[in-house]
Design a protein around this ligand. Structure first.
Ligand SMILES: Cc1cc2nc3c(=O)[nH]c(=O)nc-3n(C[C@H](O)[C@H](O)[C@H](O)COP(=O)(O)OP(=O)(O)OC[C@H]3O[C@@H](n4cnc5c(N)ncnc54)[C@H](O)[C@@H]3O)c2cc1C
Length: 492
């Protein structure tokens, strides 16, 4: 390609996506480069989906400042970009005097961080709010500004809107070399970015938003001043038939390493429990363990005794990119025009809109002219979800959708009530792997985990894209559903 951009963002998770969307407001050229075949396939796909209130991080840290600012941005973002977000609030519960003392410290920490409307509440009030809580709790910290979100829907929405506003999305290209651009004598006068497949991109600025691999990207320009360590979090999703055990996110008092193991309502209905927080060796270690399950349930059942591990329908693990120093690493570097947005561990989802604004301000300070586009369109139409409309008993839009497109009346995924129209919409938006379709439509996320609908989704994908069966993958090359080629004459 050899195209030249003002800014190249490496990594299309929520951080790269939020930066791309923010920069798409201005008259500049922006490339968003991602090694996977879809966006949100890194840490941004495997997290708890909580928009934290912001009292967990130490005052003055980037984590604290940006989480509180990011949290406030979500009402407008959800309205503009049409992704699910609900300000449900969070309760952190204490079981004894020692834990109650920690709650008080968290409360004052939250005050210093400028978290609004927090309250220390007694047992009775906590029970009125959450009748399934363990009756042995002593006290709780209530933070009503916390919310829950569909994390990949948020990421997809950011990137779709950025692309709509002119950002060039480059998927399936792993950055492996960064050199000074041909005409430049130094880094910073311009970079030449090369990918593993041989694509070459020129850019004046680079934003390093490569998540777990941000240290490796920084080392491509000779910066070796931080490292990223993976910290694994296992999460367990319960059957939606268990019902709404909690309305708010329920936290224990935190540990040094993490916010603890939580009980989390999700925007799609089912309750989730987790995550663990274990340092691991490999940046590719996504396995869940029997021991992790045991630990998660011991903690979750202590807070909500009605939770049973027999109700688990699936599990997954995500890796937090923990940087040397434990805070986010955001800012300019010794290499002119090479800017880090690295080490974005939790609460990175919450902080992402504020990180994007901070990067915009750094670019401005570094001399990039940012003139607002007159035709910037902040709106991305929400995607209709038949399940949600039916649950809300909102049947008029359902009838209208079916009249316009009869595929809205054909259920593909019975567990989650996902229609053929929703699967087709996901594919036409560019999600052409089985995981991409799952995250974009929710098909295959229910009790049977695709036992009923996988074959039907493959058929729809083949019809829409013309892909032969042997080219259909779970999440990109190397994860083909069938190995080798089918014998001539065999169809599936
Ligand atoms: C278990 C768990 C629970 C969490 N819960 C919460 C929560 O409830 N609330 C909250 O606020 N935060 C939470 N977090 C943190 C949050 O998920 C992360 O902070 C956030 O997703 C980080 O986003 P990112 O864009 O920096 O990273 P990523 O999503 O990992 O994106 C980085 C991207 O860079 C790409 N990339 C890497 N190398 C290259 C290369 N060489 N070339 C091109 N592309 C490359 C990757 O493929 C990836 O897509 C949680 C994290 C975990 C693990």
């Amino acid at each position: 390609m050899g195209e030249t951009f003002d800014v190249a963002i490496i990594g299309a998770g929520v951080v790269g996506g939020a930066i791309a969307r923010e920069l798409s407001r201005y008259k500049i050229t922006v490339a968003l480069i991602e090694k996977e075949v879809d966006v949100s396939f890194g840490t941004s796909k495997a997290n708890s989906g909580i928009i934290h209130a912001g009292f967990h991080s130490p005052p003055g840290s980037l984590k604290a400042r940006l989480a509180v600012r990011g949290n406030r941005a979500f009402d407008l973002l959800a309205e503009e970009l049409g992704f699910p977000f609900e300000r449900r609030g969070e309760l952190t519960v204490a079981f004894n005097d020692e834990e109650a003392e920690i709650l008080r410290r968290l409360y004052y920490q939250g005050k210093q961080n400028k978290v609004q409307y927090m309250e220390l509440i007694g047992k009775e009030r906590a029970f009125q709010m959450e009748p399934n809580l363990n009756p042995d709790i002593l006290q709780a910290l209530y933070a009503p500004t916390a919310g829950i979100i569909g994390p990949y829907e948020y990421c997809f929405a950011l990137v779709e809107n950025a692309v709509e506003n002119g950002v060039e999305l480059i998927l399936g290209e792993k950055v492996k070399e960064i050199n000074p651009a041909k005409s430049a004598r130094f880094y910073g006068e311009g970079f030449k970015i090369k990918t593993e497949k041989g694509l070459s991109i020129n850019s004046r600025f680079i934003i390093n938003a490569a998540g777990l691999y941000a240290d490796e990207i920084a080392s491509l320009v000779g910066l070796n001043d931080f490292r990223i360590f993976p910290r694994k979090g296992e999460e367990y999703l319960l059957d939606r038939r268990v019902g709404n055990l909690v309305h708010r996110v329920i936290f224990p008092v935190p540990t040094v390493k993490s916010k603890g193991m939580l009980v989390i309502p999700t925007v799609d209905g089912p309750v989730m429990v987790g995550p663990t927080a274990d340092d691991v060796e490999s940046k590719e270690d996504y396995g869940t363990t029997r021991e992790g399950l045991k630990r998660v349930f011991e903690h979750a059942q202590k807070m909500i005794p009605g939770i049973r591990n027999k109700d688990v329908i699936t599990s997954f693990a995500g890796l937090r990119p923990v940087a040397t120093g434990n805070d986010f690493i955001i800012g300019t570097t010794k290499v002119k025009h090479f800017i880090n947005a690295a080490g974005i561990q939790s609460p990175g989802l919450t902080a992402s809109p504020a990180i994007a604004e901070m990067i915009r301000d750094i670019l401005l300070h570094e001399g990039l002219k940012l003139e607002v586009k007159r035709d910037f369109n902040p709106i991305r139409k929400p995607i209709p979800r038949i399940r949600r409309l039916v649950e809300e008993r909102d049947f008029r839009p359902v009838r209208e959708l079916v009249r316009e497109n009869p595929l809205y009346s054909r259920i593909v995924c019975r567990c989650e009530n996902v229609t053929e129209a929703e699967v087709v919409d996901a594919i036409r938006r560019g999600h052409t792997t089985m995981d991409g379709i799952k995250f974009a439509s929710r098909a295959r996320t229910g009790r049977c985990q695709g036992g009923f609908c996988t074959a039907r989704i493959i058929k729809i994908l083949q019809r829409e894209t013309g892909l032969p069966l042997e080219k259909i993958t779970k999440k990109g090359p190397g994860s083909e559903l069938v190995r080798g080629r089918l014998p001539k004459g065999v169809t599936v």
